[in-house]
Design a protein around this ligand. Structure first.
Ligand SMILES: *[C@@H]1O[C@H](CO)[C@@H](O)[C@H](O)[C@H]1NC(C)=O
Length: 185
C-alpha cells in the first residue's frame, strides 16, 4: 500500500470518532497559546501545558450542548514582589501560570434564544439548564480538572487543573518564566 492509501484508510477510521467542532490554537509570545472556536464563544490564553484540558472542556461542552464564554484566563500578577532574582507571587493562583479559566456558560434553546449562566447561576443548580448541569457533572468526573464551586471559598466560574497543589515546583518554574517573559494580554 502506498502512503496516500494508508492515510486515506486511517482518515476513514478516525473521522467518525472525532467530535464535531474542535478548538483552534495559535502560538503567541512565550509558551502561551491562544485558543478559540469550537464550543468557545470567544478566546482565551493559556500555557501550552493546559491545551489538553481546553480540548477536554470543548468536548464536554459539545456533549452537553453548551457554549463556553471565557471571562478570564492567563493573568499577570501585578502585585508580585522581586526578591533579588526570585519572583515571589502575591498569591498562588493558577491563572498566573495559564492553568485556569473563568467562564460563563450559554445554552442555545429550541425557541432560538439562549440561556446565560453567570456566576450566580453556576453556583445554584436550580438556575441551570440540563446542559449546564451536564457540563459541571463532566468536570466533576474529570480526573485532573477542579471546579471552583467546590472550593472552600466557592468560585463557581473557575476551572483549573490544580497544578499549584499537584506540582508546586512546576508551578514555580512556570510562574517565573511566564510572569517575567510574557506581556499582558
Ligand atoms: C463537587 O463535589 C461533589 C462532592 O465531592 C462531587 O460529587 C462533584 O462531582 C463535584 N463537582 C464538580 C463539578 O467538581
Amino acid at each position: 500500500m502506498d502512503f496516500k492509501l494508508i492515510l486515506g484508510v486511517m482518515t476513514l477510521l478516525v473521522v467518525p470518532f472525532t467530535t464535531g467542532s474542535s478548538v483552534t490554537f495559535t502560538r503567541t509570545q512565550c509558551d502561551l497559546v491562544k485558543f478559540h472556536g469550537g464550543n468557545f464563544q470567544n478566546s482565551g490564553i493559556v500555557d501550552g501545558g493546559f491545551k489538553r484540558a481546553i480540548q477536554r472542556l470543548n468536548d464536554y461542552a459539545e456533549a452537553c450542548k453548551v457554549k463556553i464564554y471565557i471571562t478570564s484566563s492567563f493573568r499577570k500578577d501585578d502585585k508580585k514582589v522581586l526578591w533579588g532574582t526570585i519572583v515571589k507571587p502575591s498569591k498562588i493562583s493558577n491563572h498566573f501560570v495559564g492553568h485556569a479559566i473563568d467562564m460563563n456558560l450559554m445554552t442555545p434553546l429550541i425557541d432560538g434564544s439562549r440561556h446565560f449562566c453567570n456566576s450566580q447561576c453556576l453556583g445554584d443548580e436550580k438556575k441551570q439548564t440540563k446542559g449546564e448541569k451536564c457540563f459541571l457533572f463532566q468536570i466533576g468526573h474529570d480526573t485532573t480538572l477542579r471546579w471552583g464551586g467546590n472550593f472552600s471559598t466557592p468560585d463557581p466560574v473557575h476551572i483549573d487543573d490544580g497544578i499549584n497543589k499537584r506540582n508546586r515546583a512546576e508551578y514555580n518554574r512556570l510562574f517565573a518564566s511566564l510572569q517575567t517573559n510574557c506581556k499582558t494580554v
